[in-house]
Ligand binder design. Sequence first.
Ligand code: ITT
Length: 198
Amino acid sequence: MKKLLIATNNKGKVKELQDLLKGVDVELLTPADINLNLEVTEDGATYIENASKKAVAFAQASGLVSLADDSGLEVDALDGAPGLYSARYHPKAGASDADRRAYMLENLKDKPRPWTAHFHATIAIAINGKVEIAEGACYGEIIPEERGSNGFGYDPIFLFPELNKTMAELDMETKNRLSHRAKAVVNAIPFFNSKMGR
Ligand code: ITT
């Protein structure tokens, strides 16, 4: 069976991608499985550039077909911020996910609600010197109090209004039907079927 490296250092993404890719006919590996410790500088101007850079770097370091995800949360009242910079959205180095959520709520507190927002995900798959791209998005709103403890990142303050649940209140199966990352993976399935079959 062909091998596919999940090229991310984010443990939340690893768990979701392992579940999202379980129907694909490949052996999934994580950087930890192959003792690969690689930090890629995300200096691209777009999600596609950053996702491609990560996928190519992991593929070159491992010799394996590698799938990277570059994602972000775009909040309309913040003119689309933090977007590409979602993982670094805090003035303090070493800030946590909780610090970033609190910082976002601080920046939103004087803006009229609803604080509409969407998550975006770009997946890049580096294979045989080429890069395949698939993208997805999901829409909701930021709420001023945290709810739920599943997931990671901004999940506790991102509400799906039609469910009245935050992403952190969803079980993984439900998040993996509705999320930006789920939609990007679905869009990558034709590629897997044509290029990664036995
Ligand atoms: P890798 O680059 O190693 O994959 P990262 O966390 O640095 O890990 P990104 O540069 O793509 O990844 O940053 C995306 C950030 O956007 C992530 O750290 C979260 O803060 C946020 N984010 C993305 N997807 C999310 C999700 O499903 N739920 C909550 N927050 C999410």
